[in-house]
Design a binder for this molecule. Structure first.
Ligand code: GAL
Length: 334
């Protein structure tokens, strides 16, 4: 019986063993803990794996591709039974998949697809739907006018899916001449500071004649709203985000952000933990859908994202305990 090396509180009643009769050990290689959501992914995934009686080793590479590869090599040498990866760079991470497979270890891509590698499973939220939900909410409020699109980091495959979703919805209005996308820029490393600079540039280039902004996540939306505030426009121009970060939900309550897209991380972590442990024990997973990653049709599970505005905050992020009433509305709301 393998002793618990990570100081994890394994579920004493329940220990799940791999084909080699040792406690199943899952490796979780994360890109970053920079955005608020990843801290939830880290904590909830650990909880979900340990609740199944397995062990988990979690590492984060702080957006550094070389470090992510080295960290994964270490996990493989430590004898993990299965590797779960949130890639920083969709292409560069393919090297890790080859190393894991050479060691007989299967790989699950978590939230973000790994390109051009024979990964075994991909589990995420429907990112194209995320973009559609953002654009539907904003187009309803601003059917005519000048739009700004602030995309995410191009190293992340999700940004292309989100943007495709946004333009699935906006294109008819663009073709009709009702709306004009006057500024469209990616944001390196999802940096709020870069989003602030891009939005400042967009305002200057258009004499502040902007009617709506769609930002790929709440971190970049925060940078956008700071730039709007600098021109006295915060709360006057609808802004969409993603991730239901606490600061974003507070901005929605305060009226400077219009909506965000909530992705119940609890569901994602529990699904991936259960699938990872089953695969580590040798189970074969079949899925209803597959996503082509440039090399193979990857068996995939895409979960449903949820649009959140001031109208359904209570019934979504607060009801689920994603954020507390007092965190969102302040102590007074207790
Ligand atoms: C995306 C993820 C988003 C967002 C972003 C920045 O891949 O789906 O939730 O937070 O990364 O880390």
């Amino acid at each position: 019986m393998r002793t618990c090396r990570t100081g994890c509180k394994k579920n004493p009643e329940k220990t799940v063993v791999a084909a080699n009769d040792e406690t199943v050990k899952i490796g979780f290689s994360m890109d970053t803990l920079k955005e608020e959501r990843w801290l939830k992914d880290q904590a909830l995934f650990k909880e979900a794996v340990e609740a199944l009686g397995a062990e988990v080793e979690i590492v984060a590479a702080n957006g550094d591709d070389a470090l992510q590869i080295t960290q994964a090599e270490t996990l493989i040498q430590q004898g993990i039974d299965l590797l779960v990866i949130v890639p920083h760079n969709a292409e560069a991470t393919a090297a890790i998949v080859h190393k894991a497979h050479s060691a007989g270890i299967k790989v699950i891509a978590y939230d973000r697809l790994i390109k051009n590698a024979s990964i075994d499973l991909y589990v995420s939220f429907d990112n194209e739907r995320v973009g559609e939900l953002q654009a539907e909410a904003i187009l309803e409020l601003v059917p005519k006018g000048n739009y700004v699109y602030i995309g995410g980091a191009t190293t992340d495959n999700n940004v292309h899916l989100i943007k495709k979703g946004v333009f699935n919805v906006l294109q008819p209005a663009i073709d009709q001449g009702d709306i004009k996308v006057v500024y469209d820029q990616w944001t390196e490393d999802w940096s709020p500071e870069k989003a602030f600079l891009n939005m400042t540039e967009a305002l200057a280039a258009n004499n502040n004649q902007i009617d709506a902004v769609i930002a790929a996540n709440d971190a970049t939306a925060g940078g956008v709203i700071q730039a709007l505030a600098a021109q006295g426009l915060a709360g006057k121009i609808p802004v969409a985000g993603q991730d239901a970060e606490l600061a974003a939900v507070q901005r929605i309550v305060g009226g400077t952000q219009t909506m965000t897209v909530y992705k119940p991380i609890q569901i994602l972590t529990e699904q991936v933990a259960s699938l990872a442990v089953r695969m580590a024990k040798g189970d074969t997973i079949t899925t209803a859908r597959a996503v082509n990653n440039g090399k193979v049709d990857v068996p995939s599970i895409l979960l449903a994202p949820i649009p959140v505005t001031i109208d359904n905050l209570q019934d979504t992020v607060i009801k689920d305990g994603f954020h507390t009433q007092s965190d969102v509305y302040g102590q007074a709301a207790k």
